[in-house]
Write a new protein. Sequence first.
Length: 438
Amino acid sequence: MGTAKAAVNRERRKSREIFERGEKVLVGGVNSPVRAFRSVGGDPLVMERGLGARIYDADGNEYLDYIGSWGAMLLGHAHPAVTAAIVEQAQRGTSYGATTELEVELATRITRAVPFIEKIRFVSSGTEATMSALRLARAFTKRDLVVKFEGCYHGHADSFLSQAGSGLATLGIAACPGVPQALAELTLNAPYNDLNAVERLFALHSGKIAAVIVEPIAANMGVVQPEAGFLPGLRELTRKNGALLIVDEVITGFRLHFGAAQTLLGVEGDLTTMGKIIGGGLPAAAYGGRAEIMNLVAPLGAVYQAGTLAGNPLAMRAGCATLEALSAPGKYEALNALAEKFVTELRQVLAKSGVPGHINAQGSLATLFFCDGPVRNYDDAKRSDTARYANFFREMLNRGIFLSPAQFEAMFLSMAHTPEDIAATVAAVRESLQALRT
Ligand code: KE4
């Protein structure tokens, strides 16, 4: 049985000073809204370094990290082989604006691991990947409408900002200002896990839906798994109605196993997006699929998409080193076994705590919702007591555990977390839940 660190309201003077300086020149002091800790209150942390499963703030406080750069750091921070590769590559220059063998190597590694992705285009963020995949789907089908799911998040491209998850759910933004109404109307939303709703949309908009885009395991409303038949049902509905299925694996790509979550879930999208892990913590993402579709992209086709830093050698080298390290035998088996043990113990602690809650988990992704289960879509997730989550977040932070500063996000376990880390985390959860009751 692990022991939790005593809850200490740690000194964070430097974080506060840096953040206040940042607020003068950075919007809200951040470069991505969730980092502002708006939904959990208190001073946002300014981080200084990470190593393995740990991250350290500007005041030198150490935390067990369950964000891991929002899933990118599956190997943990500053993995020796990845760091060495980046250092070596940096000495050759960081970006040439020309093809390098490194992007060929990373694309080859990905397409070998995910055979139904025949061709890839690298971009610099998940947003670019999904935005480009949708443009391509619209060109391929010559249709305009897109179906997404309430609570799913696919980045901040205009077409994906209605009823989206992640930071929009956290800030309660259902429809984003600045997106023209004419464009917003081209995006249709359905509840996750609701095939009938999707079927109704296809009937209502027959011949007009270019694509359905889905997170194969939702992680941006908190973790919500696909129910049996949901993903194969989407595959069938899109095929029958002449639309493309875009599977957004920016989080799940190479997280559950060495490849796409789709392979484990019995579905193959027409297009797949990836990011985070394939860049090893550097800006790299990708969209890919059948050559028949991908060949419509410039310069082969007329679907224009480009990027100054796309496929840059530093990110490609980090991605190659990351996938090389991940391909070692037993890595995922060990991660998934530890994750299963972790979630089992968390559920036991939650059940005994007397605090209403429900845990959804799949592999190394998990979310503790402060509401009664089941949580099978965004409406269920929104029943969560976000004020209680905020208090839980603070209790855990003061015990040296850094969780997502928002209920509608996931916990990301890395391969650097050890059984001792898990035991200490479970103990901290037990004590934090107890503190919520007093
Ligand atoms: P980026 O543009 O942030 O690289 O990727 C967008 C994206 C696309 N698809 C999925 C499934 C995603 O989860 C994301 C981004 N994930 C969030 C975390 N929930 C990024 C964190 C943030 O916005 O700061």
